[in-house]
Design a protein around this ligand. Structure first.
Ligand code: ZN
Length: 50
């Protein structure tokens, strides 16, 4: 497994410590997928989906 770059903080994180996000858009971009580290997910994203 190669490390991924966190889309929020830009840090390099081990693959098994990332959260994979798949965001569907309504334009021709279709879907965006990216990875964030667990701490960014907890701080920035978990409140949005709670
Ligand atoms: Zn991060």
């Amino acid at each position: 497994m190669s490390p991924e770059t966190c889309a929020v903080c830009g840090g390099t994180v081990p693959f098994d410590s990332t959260v994979h996000l798949l965001v569907h858009t309504h334009d021709e971009a279709g879907a965006l997928d990216y990875y964030v580290c667990e701490s960014c997910y907890d701080e920035d994203l978990a409140p949005l989906v709670a």
